[in-house]
Design a protein around this ligand. Sequence first.
Ligand code: ASP
Length: 327
Amino acid sequence: MKNHILLIMTGGTISMKNAGKLGVVPSSELADFLQQFPQLDSVANVQVMDYLNVPSPYMTPQMMFDLAKLIDTKILDYDGVVITHGTDTLEESAFLADLVLTTRKPVVFTAAMRSGGDLGLDGPRNIVGGVRVASNTESFDKGVLVVMNDEIHTARDVVKFDTGKLGAFTSPGLGPLGIVDPDMVIYHRESLYRENVWTEALDTRVDLIKAVSGMDGRYIDCSIESGCRAIVIEAFGRGNLPKDLLPHVQKALDQNVLVVIASRTHTGRVLPEYGYEGGGKDLRDLGCILAGDLKGIKIRLKLMALFGKYDDADTVRRFLKQSHEME
Ligand code: ASP
């Protein structure tokens, strides 16, 4: 018997077409196209929900959260859900959904690098791949998945690595969980690390600042003054900062603003290794929290979810330390 899959459309290049002088712009044609797409019909009973049609840079954390809540409710009536999304912020929407969803049924995000009318269009193939993965029994309880270019990735590890290539999505240092071959879906490995924050609200007052050589504390001060609850800093290497930032970091901590250190490198964990002023050990001793291997844009969303659930900075700090410093 065929599975029942809900396909929720949110926009992105997969829903766009090239309108000549106007450039690549949203189009309303994908929903109609999918209703008659024969390859889909042979895989599952697919119902299409035309939920949004926005370029994904327009997505906000609150919109991502609302989408996750929609998935969690709608999936009660289906065997799995596939979401089409713009590639630019897909890893954020997929990760936030992964954090807050309570379902164990398959939830798959997919997208396209090429718009309708382009040569070598990837959207229809990715949608069919996404529906096949969502219909596969092995996809149960794997967390939110991302299917692009015949590969299956976890929402936690996947990044948009390239601005234009079909194989733009990778899981750096880890590789895909599996592949979507013409005859079958094959999983090669498990993802052993899962985390959830089951919250009914987000608190979006969390900023992300990237460390660059010679930077000063203006952005940190600005975040504190604008009332943010936490600042994520994408620091250098293992989690190190210039010592000139320390008074600004201290000011944040004194005002009960959490300072969370991620790394601006592509793979690996931050560690309390370097004890010089501004080194990761020094920052941790000061009261900063180290984000493990989670990238800045993802730990930012996790903080929004934790503050939405607990409100109290000390409770959020304890949850984060438990899941990221692992000591
Ligand atoms: N700018 C587009 C978006 O994210 C890119 C894409 O979908 O590939 O909406």
